[in-house]
Ligand binder design. Sequence first.
Ligand code: ATP
Length: 299
Amino acid sequence: MIEAHMLTKCFYDLKALDKVSLSVRKASIYGLLGSNGAGKTTLLKIMAGIYQQEEGELSIEGKPVFENPAVKRKIAFIPDQIYYYDNFTIDDMARFYKTVYPGWDDKKYLKLEEVFSIERNRKIRSLSKGMQRQVAFWLAFSLNPELMILDEPLDGLDPIMRKKVKQLLVSEVAERDMTIVISSHNLREIEDLCDYIGILHKGKMLLQKDLDDYKANMHKVQLAFNKEIPADIFKPENGECIEKRGSVLIFISRGSRDEVVSRFMAYKPVILDILPLTLEEVFIYEMGGKDYAVKQLFD
Ligand SMILES: Nc1ncnc2c1ncn2[C@@H]1O[C@H](COP(=O)(O)OP(=O)(O)OP(=O)(O)O)[C@@H](O)[C@H]1O
């Protein structure tokens, strides 16, 4: 759906994006993570056709987005700071969107009133920040986009609304093959939604992961010995020992479950357990020396 190749974008002498590439499959959810100033908004605005990159290419279904209204009509973009026209009510905004977006769906708009339960004749600017964000989602879902680009969209929503919005996002992907790119400072906030995760840091893509892949190919294993711990168990091929307490060791190790079990059974431990592995552990392990950038994403 989205192919970005070596995107570079500068603001004066600051490189906000530096040779960033990514690929987003149709009907998937791509989570873009990064600390403040990492370049997330800049990348999302290039995807939404608001900014133009200085170098590199970006296409959506094979077509460029910048100055391409036909592609933009298929995209709903919810920016981190949402702008609404003065005095516009929710209904006014809906009427406006209807003239712009061919996918606009009146029935869906009216049905979603049950979810968002804000009176449609309220002036949007008079609503609270969280309510304005709800309106942004309400309108975005109603225009049946093929792609939703969401910049820190859950900020300011209360926990119940977050849950409802997440459910709606997932059902749009499952039922209509919608694609989503969603940014966040916080991996925990979006890890349950995403199929892929990309981590930006200081304008560069540090790491991209298919979350199903990692689940199948990385394991956390706890071992206990009733004799001296074999010294060669700490060799790099076995992965990283993240904890050592007396004769108990915990490793993060690459490979299928069977491979990891047979790798460590060779050392004849008295106990071998496969433990659940969190994304935090995976990313910190993968990032090695650069883990400071990743650790922030779990705070
Ligand atoms: N319009 C602009 N003019 C000048 N510099 C900009 C502009 N927009 C972004 N930048 C700079 O580009 C870098 C990346 O900014 P960006 O907004 O993309 O980061 P971000 O990852 O979205 O950050 P945050 O999580 O804080 O919103 C920052 O150093 C920022 O100061």
